[in-house]
Design a protein around this ligand. Structure first.
Ligand code: ATP
Ligand code: MG
Length: 415
């Protein structure tokens, strides 16, 4: 199997690290392998311990390698977190060609022009996403190559992150012995997996409710308009169960996965389970309804916080619905509860591929789709980054892109 046909994504989450191997044949994606490991060293979606994170990445990669029988040495890495910010910018250039036909070079120049923006010293650009091109003032053009014009403009969304967070992420992946093919904003990737074109145009909030964080991405007018991360997720639900049933975290988590229900009215009184309580050997019996009474207020709070945040971002009246994803939406009763709390149309998005039909795989699968659609065909990677020479030597790589190459690739994104 040629490694060119394989795309590997890496999602470093608070509860799990997930590696997904996608095989591309004739433009179609097959998910041929998945590896996961319990995540150590991540709190609320942020890396807090490099060595533990490196080990967890290694475990997940080893798991995926064993499943497929290949060696993984290059991955696309997902990024998220409250350090992410969006801004828009505009670039203008004169078409260079004598016959005024717009070519790849013009696109690269106009993207470079759009990239020139004053950023605080602690931030850097992660992805540059063109919203539309304009040729001699005519807008809404997605691919201007081959068109005739004098003036080429682009309107871009610039995705930035703090240098420290990007550095820590890259450091962990490189220390795990992997080359970075590109860094992708996970909201962009999940949006591609989960939302239809119309949903993106009409205004939709994609909420990824994970273990330690809930990531919101507002899509409007066809593109990503706002992102935000709330430091709350399934771990809070587990913690409430710990206190409510007076049991240990690992028991609480297991009970949540097996019997959890987000709405008390849907929970059964006659479904019972026994819990070993902290500090004793005595087991106590509870019903699913008891459990739901603990879970429901926390899930309500999460949805109220989502709604509040959408309001704070100024999109409450502009959106037409919510799409939920992330591991925590697997729980029974989440959908009707969300519909009530969010007072809007809501659906749950799950990747439609064998082996990954679970909302916790949305970001990882989305990254593979994103790379397949926008990058592989053009031979470029978004946010493809220079890798330090020292690390390059350590991992035995000679094919890492230089800074110039990285910029060049960055501009090809979406084209
Ligand atoms: N069937 C289920 N019922 C209830 N909760 C579930 C279920 N399956 C997974 N979860 C919860 O989903 C959460 C994990 O989701 P996910 O894998 O999307 O998070 P993550 O990516 O590791 O973390 P984050 O995105 O917050 O950094 C955990 O809190 C887990 O308990
Ligand atoms: Mg996640």
């Amino acid at each position: 199997m040629s490694s060119n046909d394989l795309i590997v994504s890496l999602d470093i989450g608070t509860s799990k690290i997930r590696v997904i191997i996608g095989e591309i044949s004739n433009g179609a994606i097959n998910i041929i392998g998945v590896g996961s490991s319990d995540s150590e060293g991540i709190r609320k979606g942020a890396i807090v311990d490099i060595d533990q994170t490196v080990q967890s990445i290694r475990n997940a990669v080893d798991h995926a390698e064993r499943m497929v029988g290949i060696t993984i040495d290059e991955v696309y890495v997902g990024i998220a977190g409250n350090h992410i910010a969006l801004q828009t910018n505009h670039g203008v250039v004169a078409v260079s060609n004598e016959d005024r036909e717009i070519g790849q070079e013009d696109i690269e120049r106009v993207m470079q022009a759009a990239r020139v923006v004053a950023l605080p010293p602690e931030r850097e650009i992660i992805n540059l996403v063109p919203k539309q091109f304009l040729v001699d003032g005519l807008g809404d053009i997605q691919d201007p190559r081959g068109m005739i014009g004098v003036r080429l403009e682009v309107e871009c969304t610039i995705i930035t992150g703090t240098k420290a967070a990007v550095h820590n992420l890259m450091r962990c992946v490189e220390k795990a012995g992997l080359r970075i093919s590109g860094i992708i904003l996970m909201s962009l990737a999940s949006g591609m997996m989960a939302l239809s074109k119309d949903e993106k145009i009409m205004g939709t909030v994609l909420a990824d409710i994970g273990a330690g964080a809930t990531t919101l991405a507002v899509f409007e007018g066809g593109s990503l308009a706002a992102v935000s991360t709330l430091p709350i997720g399934g771990d809070y639900v587990t913690s409430d169960i710990c206190y409510g049933l007076k049991t240990q975290t690992e028991h609480a988590e297991k009970i949540k996965l097996k019997f959890g229900c987000a709405r008390a009215m849907d929970a059964a009184e006659d479904v019972k389970f026994k819990v070993t309580r902290v500090g004793t050997n005595v087991e106590k019996e509870f019903s699913q309804a008891d459990l739901a009474n603990i879970i429901e207020p926390r899930m309500q709070e999460i949805f109220q916080m989502i709604r509040q945040e959408v309001k704070r971002l100024g999109y409450l009246d502009k959106i037409n619905g919510y799409v939920l994803t992330g591991g925590s939406v697997s729980m029974a009763g989440v959908l009707p509860l969300a519909q009530t709390e969010l007072e809007s149309s809501v659906r749950i998005a799950v990747p439609d591929y064998i082996g990954v039909r679970d909302p916790s795989f949305s970001s990882g699968v989305g990254m593979i789709q994103y790379v397949t659609k926008y990058l592989r065909n053009r031979g470029a990677a978004p946010g493809k980054r220079p890798v330090k020479a020292k690390t390059a030597a350590a991992s035995g790589s000679s094919s890492k892109p230089g800074l110039k190459e990285w910029f060049k690739n960055l501009f090809k994104e979406f084209i």
